[in-house]
Each structure stands twice: as C-alpha cells, then as structure tokens.
Design a protein around this ligand. Structure first.
Ligand code: GDP
Ligand code: IMO
Ligand code: MG
Length: 430
C-alpha cells in the first residue's frame, strides 16, 4: 500500500481538487504541503460546488483528517473566511478534523501590498500573480524574517519579530512610494485572529508519523502545477514554491519514502493564467471554444484562462522531472465535438527541432509547436463512468497521449462531478 501525492503536471487548474476529493474516500488523511490561497480547487458533489483555497479538499468528508503542512504560507484572515464559507455550506471544521503546522509561515497584510507594488514596478512585463502576497511571504521565510504560526503564542516576542520584519519592508514601501505599515497595527490584528488559528495548531510531523505507523493512508494535495514550479517551471513566470512531488515530504515533515505513488493531474488540453510563455496557446476560434466549453475562468481571481492544445512534450518533461507514476487525465469531455484535435509533440526553435522546453525564458517564448493532427470523435465522453462508454476515437486519444508522454493514464475524469470518474488502476494499491 502506497501513499499518494497528487500534483499538477501543467500550469495549474488541471482538476486537482476534483481528483483529490474523489480519491479521499480511499484515504485517511489529506495534506496540503505548499502554496497558499493562490490555489483554487473546485469540487462538485451532487450538483453543489465547493471552492477551496487553503483547506485540503478532504475537509468535505466527515471522517477524514485535513492537514496544512509547514510548506504552506497561511493568510490567517483568508483561512478564517474560508472556514466560515465552508461551514455555511454545511461542512464541519473543528480541531479534530483540521491540524495546521505550527511552523507554517504566515502571510501578513504587508505581503499582498508588496505583491501589488512589485507587480506595478514590473511595468509592461508583470508576472500576473494572484496578488495574494504569496511571493513576498516566501521571500520572508527564506530570508529568515518570517512570522510563523507558533509565534502567535508569544505576543511579546512576536512584537520584536514584526519590528525586524517591518524595518525591512517599510524601507521597501517608502522606495515604492507606498504608505508605511505600523507594527502596532499588525500586532493588534494578529492578536485578534490568533485564538482562531491556534486552536488548530499542532505538531504536524508527529501527527503524520503516528498516522503512518497506524497504517493510515495519506493523500498529499499539491497546488499549482509543475510548469509554475520555482525551479522547474517557466521561470520567472512561476509561483514561489516547489510543487515537485518531493516537496510533499519536505512541506509536511516526512521522509521521501512517505510519498509512494505520484499522480500527475493532467488536462486533456492546456491552460494557463497570468503571463509567460505558452507554446500551444490558441488565439483563434478553437481557443475560444476550449475556454467556453471548459468554463476556463480562474477559481481564485476569476481571470480568463489562456487556452491551447495538449502539449505532450511539456507533460513528458514534467512526468520525468517529478517522477510521476501515472496521470489522471481530466476534462476530456471538453474536446467533445471538435472535428480535429491537435497534439504538440515537440518544438521548432530557431529552425532546429527540439523535444523539450529549454530553461531560458527568451528561448521558451520563441518555441513554435510541432503538431500531430488527430481526428475528433462523434458522440460524447461527458459523464462516462466506464471505459466501455467512451467513443472508440476518444479511447485512441487517451492511448496516444500515454504513448507520447511515456506514462500510463491511471484515472480519467469526464465531468466536474465527483463520480464521473473512470479508474484504471487504484494508486493506493499500485
Ligand atoms: P485545480 O486548481 O487543479 O483543482 O482545478 P480548478 O478547480 O481550478 O479548475 C478545474 C475546473 O474544471 C473546475 O471548475 C472543475 O470543476 C472542472 N473539472 C474538473 N474535472 C473536470 C472534467 O473532467 N470535466 C469538466 N468538464 N470539468 C472538470
Ligand atoms: P491551482 O492550485 C493556476 C499562477 C498565477 C501567476 C503565477 C504566480 O488552483 O492550480 P502567485 O500569486 O502564486 O505569485 O502567482 O502563478 N498561479 C496559478 N495558476 N492555478 C493555480 O493554482 C495558481 N496559483 C498561482 O496566475 O501566473
Ligand atoms: Mg485552480
């Protein structure tokens, strides 16, 4: 029996929330290990939609433990609001169901301010961040001036930490021509929210170790996608964390052998929110149609997602780098009705053929996709619950993707609904 790490294999929004929710019936613990409320994970259960940003997708199930690991950056006010919203939808949240790592870094009100100011300073070349303060909070963590969940327990020393942090940031804010932030004000705001957050604070590495020793199954829920990974993505148009499967261990406090099966969530076409290179992007009627049929609007910011054909060279690369064992192919139903579907099998760069995405941003921007054309299918895949219900040509599309990316399809998703899912191989028993 293996634990399972779910990670995005493209630029995020592949349908991780739906798959984690579906798989969580087979798990005991669901763990978020990186990112923050830049993530937007959508679950649809019997027609009711739940949107989660910081809370693990296991939270909707009564008997599962949800864990937020040390690798996550937590905006305490956003978390508080999300807990209220999900409670209003009838989901129970209490300290028996939710544990937050006491070493997780906090996003403070100054971080979204800096995120905005830095985006503005980038002028015509912004990253297109979610402006949630994710990057500036991770910067503080690495610079060793971050404020963590455990600091909320000690108001006196918290004040000293805030003074040191704001000494740095107020200089920066002055430089940007922004208003300075008062330490007393942040301190008072934190003291107000502290009891709400501290009731969930715990020693996550120990909780997970005990779960593991008791034979419980752990499901790690990645946010974003490998092309947004700060090391392996389309840098600098990335987020500020690693979503590589190894981060599931680092970001929760377990050894690397705790992660067994790596499930790469993969959309049957490609989308991206924010700026940066996107070789298979379509700015024509096909792109428009993918966006409309796929309802491609951001769960967190509501921004229109850029759409394009499936990029097999890109997914082959992320499968290799992250050690993806099998993929969950999602949103195949969005391709219903297309007469011709294209698959990118490699690129042309300055007149030469290459089969991978190079590290240089300038080179990435010059990549021209090389396509293989694929005949579409009659009939629909929408809502299919078994392989036998799929049109033969759709099955061929899935098989071709497997061949091109060098990795098996473990799960197939055919609608946003939880149960419209076809299982080829149980990742917990692979
Ligand atoms: P995540 O960030 O990876 O969790 O993905 P998002 O929730 O941001 O975006 C995926 C969107 O696609 C959501 O609206 C899901 O409800 C929806 N979705 C997931 N799987 C499928 C599928 O197989 N078919 C269709 N049509 N929609 C899906
Ligand atoms: P889920 O988990 C898609 C993108 C932003 C921007 C870049 C940096 O729902 O798949 P940030 O605010 O993180 O500094 O922004 O990363 N981005 C996402 N795109 N899905 C996400 O999460 C994303 N989280 C961040 O659009 O381009
Ligand atoms: Mg999303």
């Amino acid at each position: 029996m293996a634990n399972v790490a779910v990670i995005g294999s493209q630029w995020g929004d592949e349908g991780k929330g739906k798959i984690v929710d579906w798989l969580s019936s087979r798990a005991d613990v669901v763990v978020r290990f990186q990112g923050g409320h830049n993530a937007g994970h959508t679950l649809v259960i019997d027609g009711i939609t739940y949107k989660l940003h910081l809370l693990p997708s296991g939270i909707v199930r009564r008997s599962k433990l949800s864990v937020i690991g040390n690798g996550v950056v937590i905006d305490p006010w956003a978390l508080q609001k999300e807990i209220e919203t999900i409670r209003a939808q009838g989901v129970e949240v209490n300290p028996q169901k939710l544990v937050i790592s006491e070493s997780a870094t906090l996003i403070l009100p100054v971080h979204p301010m800096l995120d905005e100011a830095m985006e503005r300073a980038r002028g015509n070349d912004p990253i297109g961040t979610t402006k949630r303060g994710i990057g500036p909070a991770y910067e503080d963590k690495i610079a060793r001036r971050g404020v963590r969940v455990c600091d909320l327990r000690d108001p006196e020393s918290l004040k000293g930490k805030l003074e040191k942090m704001m000494f740095h940031h107020n200089a920066l804010l002055r430089g940007f021509g922004e208003k300075e932030v008062s330490v007393d004000e942040i301190h008072a705001q934190l003291m107000e929210v502290a009891p709400e957050i501290l009731q969930y604070a715990g020693v996550v590495w120990r909780v997970l170790d005990e779960a593991r020793k008791a034979g419980k199954k752990i499901l790690f829920e990645g946010a974003q996608g490998m092309m947004l990974d700060v090391d392996h993505g389309t840098y600098p148009f990335v987020t500020s964390s690693n979503m590589h499967a190894a981060q599931a261990a680092t970001g929760s406090g377990m050894g690397p052998d705790a992660v067994g099966f790596v499930l790469g969530i993969t959309k049957a076409y490609t989308t991206r929110v924010g700026s940066g290179p996107f070789p298979t992007e379509l700015e024509d009627a096909d792109g428009q149609r993918l966006g409309e049929q796929g309802h491609e609007f951001g769960t967190t910011t509501g921004r229109k997602r850029r759409c394009g054909w499936f990029d097999a060279a890109l997914v082959r690369q992320t499968v290799t780098i992250s050690g993806i064992t099998g993929i969950a192919l999602t949103k195949i139903d969005v391709l219903d009705g297309f007469k011709t579907i294209k698959i990118c099998i490699g690129y042309e760069l300055d007149g030469k053929q290459i089969d991978y995405i190079p590290a240089s941003s300038a080179e990435q921007a010059r990549l021209k996709p090389v396509y293989e054309e694929f005949e579409g299918w009659d009939g629909t895949t929408n809502g299919a619950k078994s392989w036998a219900e799929l049109p033969a040509q759709a099955v061929k599309y899935v098989k071709r993707i497997e061949e091109l990316i060098g990795c098996p399809v473990t799960l197939l998703s055919t609608s946003p609904e939880r149960d419209d899912t076809i299982l080829m191989q149980d990742p917990f028993h692979a």
